[in-house]
Write a protein that binds this ligand. Structure first.
Ligand code: C2E
Ligand code: MG
Ligand code: MG
Ligand code: MG
Length: 281
């Protein structure tokens, strides 16, 4: 009986692997085509200053719109892009689109807005990242301080020395660095004093049960207190309701982002959103 089960397990494992591999290959082929045909869109989600309630910037989030007008989220395709080497093209596209849109917003009178762009492991290892960054900023007449790179702990800790060197180079230029998904990675807190960080972004898992859950409340309070004591800006992601936003403001969290304010929007809708918010002020 046991042997039978074992054989079955093996069979399922094997076919599962095959299916996954085939899926991955077809995903890579489709992704290459999507990049060529400009089907990878960049959406923008506003970042809000909790004290003033004003928009301080946006995070660029990649979206893949398939022919059936279905959207494939980055969690599904970033990994495929990394493994196939397409992440370079994808990353360049996101950086370029982000700077292009930020230029447009600045020209429309929203001069103080910043742009946050996510970086994956392979992008961090790209020897040309600094040059690409400088070029994009120059092309759209933006200041290095207009740009924020978001890196997750796992990505940053992969090679500590290389990360430190890169962060120093970027922050030397004036580009800001934010630690994304803070609190969920495999890392030690020691890096907080060594990396030249501008801000941390508290992961949305910590937000889910506040303000009902006393432990989560205290955990967030502690994170905010610690980060601010180290001179860092604290941003919370995944804010979905008024209670969360009020709680965060009360405990001194600097910024936040989430569906409560707006979902990530296509470039035109984001631009309309900016103008609508200004009209209401
Ligand atoms: P992230 O950088 O932590 O981005 C935040 C994610 O939370 C986004 O998911 C966003 O749509 C989602 N989100 C925002 N507000 C809320 C909320 O109120 N509730 C909930 N439940 N979720 C919210 P998304 O767009 O699916 O992106 C997932 C991850 O993929 C990102 O996490 C980022 O690590 C990566 N990613 C996205 N775009 C890019 C890109 O252009 N380049 C790279 N390298 N990575 C990207
Ligand atoms: Mg991010
Ligand atoms: Mg995040
Ligand atoms: Mg994330």
């Amino acid at each position: 009986k046991a042997k039978e089960l074992g054989a079955n397990d093996y069979y399922f494992y094997n076919s599962d692997l095959k299916v996954r591999l085939e899926r991955k290959i077809s995903l890579t082929t489709k992704l290459a085509k999507a990049l060529e045909e400009n089907d990878i869109k960049v959406y923008f989600q506003p970042l809000i200053d909790l004290k003033s309630g004003k928009i301080t910037g946006a995070e660029a989030l990649a979206r893949w719109q398939t022919d059936t007008s279905r959207f494939i989220r980055p969690d599904e395709f970033i990994e495929a892009a990394e493994e196939s080497g397409l992440i370079g093209t994808l990353g360049d596209h996101v950086l370029n689109k982000s700077c292009e849109n930020l230029r447009k917003w600045h020209d429309a009178g929203f001069e103080n807005l910043t742009m946050s762009v996510n970086l994956s492991v392979k992008q961090m290892n790209d020897q040309n990242l600094v040059t690409k960054t400088k070029n994009a900023l120059k092309k759209y007449s933006l200041k290095p301080t207009d740009l924020v790179y978001e890196i997750t702990e796992n990505v940053a800790m992969k090679d500590f020395d290389a990360t430190l060197a890169l962060f120093k180079e970027l922050s030397g230029l004036g580009v800001k660095i934010s630690m994304d998904d803070f609190g969920t990675g495999y890392s030690s807190l020691a890096y907080l004093k060594q990396f030249p960080l501008n801000s941390i972004k508290i992961d949305k898992v910590f937000l889910q049960n506040i303000p009902e859950n006393e432990k989560d409340n205290n955990l967030i309070k502690g994170i905010v207190w610690m980060a601010k004591s180290l001179g860092l800006n604290v941003v919370a992601e995944g804010v979905e309701n008024k209670f969360q936003s009020e709680f965060l403001r009360e405990i001194g969290c600097n910024g936040c982002q989430g569906y409560y304010y707006s979902r990530p929007l296509p470039e035109d809708e984001f631009f309309d959103y900016l103008k609508a918010v200004r009209r209401d002020e």
